[in-house]
Design a protein around this ligand. Structure first.
Ligand code: SF4
Length: 325
């Protein structure tokens, strides 16, 4: 398999959560996305757009309402059983958003980081301890930290523990679910740089979920923009950030200051107004129509498909502005 072959493919992936009264939360509606081997795909959008649900559904933490996920061409189960987690855990892992709540406070760091090896390998306790010590060093901690508890560490250190826990099984694909958003700005770049280094040294493929577009642009090869459970734009990260085509991407980028002053000069500043519609009562037509400064009549009745742009390679946009020719 070459670096350009898709490692993970979601096709029409849909996740609805049932509610009282027969209603459904449309968390994901028909997301089709390819993630290539050794690629970092950034997934952005406001909270409530379905980013985390997508990541969790992709690796089986939620069962799928409809659609498929294939991994190296093999279709993954619609609903994982315990044996499936056992089978796929060595290939796919997740780094969670909140390093405060995602680490069990009653377990030592050694138990937390070594748990996956205990469950999914035949290594002896001493071999697991050695491997944990190596991984703590690899993420910038000390081997003797393994006897301590999570509350003894800072937020950045806890996220390093989360990184070691996810990567000790040496997976091929990792979903990083807002791995830096709970951290101080001063340590966000350290964790991003650590992930970038490990990605390069291990040949990892990453789905990097975040709402900070400038950080996603910095770390990602491609960027996908989600709005109310759908992907509205996808393409090379720099192009999507500096030349957004979908009106939602334009306002999302415009409302996200760029820390690099040179890059900031090239960014159009805008603000996003109005509320994201309820995922329980999804509007007909384009889901962004009630907030879109370029809305047309057709937008309120017909759903735009995600299609390739005719004037730019590797870029797909779901907007009637590009579908009328
Ligand atoms: Fe705006 Fe219409 Fe495009 Fe939706 S389809 S983003 S409402 S122009």
């Amino acid at each position: 398999m070459s670096a350009r072959d898709p490692l993970v493919v979601s096709d029409n992936l849909t996740k609805h959560f049932p509610m009282a009264g027969g209603h459904q939360v449309h968390a994901l509606d028909g997301v089709s996305l390819q993630i290539h081997e050794q690629e970092i795909v950034g997934l952005v959008g406001e909270s409530g757009s379905g980013k985390s649900t997508y990541g969790k559904t992709l690796i089986g933490l939620h069962h799928k309402t409809a659609g498929t996920v294939t991994y190296r061409g093999e279709q993954l189960p619609q609903r994982y059983r315990a044996a499936d987690f056992q089978h796929y855990a060595r290939r796919m892992q997740m780094i969670f958003q909140d390093p405060y709540s995602s680490l069990n406070p009653r377990m030592t760091v050694g138990e937390i980081v070594g748990e996956g090896l205990k469950l999914h390998s035949k290594l002896s306790n001493q071999q697991i301890r050695d491997r944990v010590g190596d991984w703590l060093q690899r993420v910038g901690l000390e081997p003797d930290h393994m006897s301590r508890y999570p509350h003894e560490f800072s937020g950045g250190q806890r996220q390093r523990i989360g990184v070691a826990r996810a990567l000790i099984l040496e997976p091929e694909f990792v979903v990083c679910d807002e791995p830096i958003s709970a951290l101080d700005v001063s340590v966000q770049a350290q964790v991003v740089n650590l992930l970038d280094e490990l990605k390069k040294s291990m040949g990892l493929t990453l789905l990097f979920i975040a709402h900070d577009l400038s950080m996603v642009r910095y770390v990602s090869d491609r960027m996908a923009v989600m709005y109310l459970g759908t992907v509205v734009e996808v393409g090379p990260a720099n192009q999507v950030f500096f030349e957004p085509r979908h009106p939602y991407t334009e306002v999302l980028v415009g409302s996200n200051p760029e820390p690099d002053p040179e890059a900031e000069r090239h960014r159009a500043s805008t603000t996003i107004t109005g509320e994201i519609p309820s995922p329980v009562d999804v509007p007909a037509g384009c889901r962004f129509a009630n907030r879109c400064p370029k809305v047309m009549d057709v937008c309120r009745s017909e759903t735009p498909a995600l299609i390739p742009l005719v004037d730019a390679a590797d870029r797909d946009v779901a907007c009637h502005l590009y579908q009328q020719a």
